[in-house]
Design a protein around this ligand. Structure first.
Ligand SMILES: C[S@@+](CC[C@H](N)C(=O)[O-])C[C@H]1O[C@@H](n2cnc3c(N)ncnc32)[C@H](O)[C@@H]1O
Length: 193
């Protein structure tokens, strides 16, 4: 199993956004592009991948959404915005809700999500331009990669994470969030992880 955790300070935390204007929904477009690179293949899905979103935008932060594509989930690359809307609409206070098959929503902070993944024994990496070259990094199964949106990971959280996990880089350029997900997936595919 491989997992991605996408952090956004601005992505909307309720389903009442316009899916035809995703930039205005706290740059939901970036979240969606990253998700597509995370779980879609040309003729299928990466069913061994979990994608987490942690959104801190208005009106009800934070929201943690977890998606693992299951056969029963109706999903299209053209309509991920509406999928996220539906999941957010199904949020119930004080609960982790399975909004759709394989899709969960709950109120949980970014650091709590990371803490729980760590307690599950996952090996966690923070994607950062200045990190160790991913091609040289030791990576085992059950790995997790954290990335930020266009604004990256806030300073305070970044400093805390840096102390407890390895930073890995996918190259010496600042890439789009979605591009880094594609590179990580490709590297893990080559290694057969
Ligand atoms: C567009 S970048 C964020 C830019 C933001 N201004 C910053 O300084 O963090 C989005 C995310 O992609 C990841 N990223 C971008 N370039 C990377 C690289 N060369 N290696 C690893 N991760 C990278 C980081 O996780 C970053 O938070």
């Amino acid at each position: 199993m491989r997992e991605f955790v996408y952090f956004s300070q601005s992505a909307r935390t309720s389903g009442n956004f316009d899916s035809s204007d995703l930039m205005k929904a706290g740059r939901m477009d970036i979240a969606i592009h990253s998700f597509i690179q995370g779980v879609f293949l040309s003729h299928g899905f990466r069913k061994d991948t979990k994608f987490h979103f942690v959104f801190y935008g208005q009106p009800d932060p934070p929201k943690h959404i977890e998606i693992q594509v299951k056969d029963e989930l109706e999903i299209s690359k053209k309509d991920v915005g509406n999928l996220i809307k539906k999941i957010l609409y199904k949020y119930k206070e004080g609960k982790r809700t399975e909004a759709l098959p394989g899709c969960f929503v709950e109120k949980k902070s970014f650091m709590k999500v990371i803490e729980e993944l760590s307690e599950e024994g996952k090996e966690i990496f923070l994607l950062d331009k200045k990190g160790e070259d991913i091609r040289k990094a030791k990576i085992r199964d059950n790995c997790v990669f954290i990335l930020g949106d266009h604004e990256g990971i806030p300073q305070k959280e970044f400093k805390r994470l840096k102390k407890i996990m390895n930073l890995v880089s996918v190259g010496n350029k600042m890439y789009f969030a979605s591009q880094t997900v594609a590179v990580v997936n490709n590297e893990l595919d080559y290694r057969g992880i």
